[in-house]
Design a protein around this ligand. Structure first.
Ligand code: XIL
Length: 319
């Protein structure tokens, strides 16, 4: 019984939240669920704060679409996790294909972050400052940032974000770091690198894009969270969904999915510095999974018709 955000807060968390996207806000049945801050006390813009939207060409900034989501959250009394500043994907080609010197790309990063974080100053509880810097084997992704600047782009980005909004909680965010292994170890090293450079980092976001039956155990999830907390950072699940790798799903599958969501909720509850959980949308109708992972889906807490799955009731019962 009870609404998810209210239950999460009663359990000592800051929020239970959801991502959303601009096109979804014209669906009134969906919006009626999303806008209830007792259910979703936190919103993440799923796309429109990304670089391709906010600085489509050099020095040309556009926050009109991002503002639609941030205004929605504020109107409904919901906390904002802002997403994201430096990422290899959804990055305009003027950045990714530019032939930059280190000094030039540093200026580009600084100008982008000063403008965007400055625009949203005071509105973002947290910023995903750097997203997905790592390959799955724990090496650095050879994107334009790493190729030109090496790991120095990490503290550059975090310092710029702190300068533009000293009150925002600054996060490193990635996937496949939720369980122990080379990538989680590499993410721990990212935190240490940023700290050693004298830049602020306040949290690590664990995206949590899992597969039914393949979700890490609650014990492993908890141990990994604790290994980050030992570096004195907050932790959060920032993009949780648990997809079926083949469809259609059956009753046993929905029960497994419920247990998988439950492992993640249990891990966050077990770690006091796990501040909250964000689902990467709550309704299968708007899940990013089918368009990215062909043939996969049904990853969300609600079916397309906005009725709650067993996973929803599992999350509710654990919170
Ligand atoms: C996804 C969006 O949900 C999609 O609409 C878009 O086409 C691609 O990006 N990791 C992230 C998110 O950090 O920004 C991604 O969002 C999903 C994976």
């Amino acid at each position: 019984q009870g609404n998810l955000n209210q239950l999460a807060k009663a359990a000592g968390k800051l929020y239970f939240g959801s991502a959303t996207d601009n096109s979804e806000l014209s669906d009134s049945a969906y919006v009626n669920v999303l806008k209830n801050k007792d259910e979703f006390g936190q919103i993440t813009p799923g796309n429109t704060q990304k670089w391709q939207y906010t600085e489509p060409s050099n020095g040309v900034f556009d926050y009109t679409q991002g503002d639609v989501i941030t205004n929605f959250a504020e109107a409904n009394g919901q906390i904002l996790r802002c997403h994201n500043l430096v990422w290899h994907n959804q990055l305009p080609s003027w950045v990714s294909s530019g032939s930059w010197t280190a000094a030039q790309l540093t200026d580009v990063i600084n100008a982008h972050i000063a403008s965007e974080v400055g625009h949203y100053k005071g509105q973002c509880y947290a910023w995903d400052v750097v997203n997905e810097a790592l390959n799955d084997d724990g090496t650095f992704r050879a994107d334009v940032f790493y190729n030109v600047l090496g790991t120095s782009y990490l503290p550059i980005a975090f310092k710029a974000a702190a300068a533009a909004d000293p009150d925002a909680r600054l996060y490193y965010n990635d996937y496949n770091i939720e369980y122990s292994g080379a990538k989680a170890t590499a993410a721990l090293n990212i935190v240490k690198t940023i700290q050693a450079a004298g830049a602020p980092i306040h949290g690590v976001g664990f995206q949590g894009h899992f597969i039914v039956g393949g979700t890490p155990s609650q014990t492993d999830l908890t141990n990994v969270l604790n290994s980050f907390v030992a570096l004195d950072v907050d932790v959060a699940y920032t993009e949780l969904d648990v997809r079926f790798s083949s469809l259609p799903a059956n009753a046993a599958g929905y029960a497994q999915q419920a247990n998988d969501y439950g492992a993640v909720v249990g891990a966050c509850l077990a770690v006091s510095r796990c501040v909250g959980i964000t689902v990467w949308d709550f309704d299968d109708k708007y899940s990013w999974i089918p368009s990215t992972f062909s043939g996969q889906g049904e990853a969300c807490l609600y079916w397309q018709n906005l009725t709650a799955k067993p996973a929803y009731y599992k999350v509710q019962s654990l919170l």
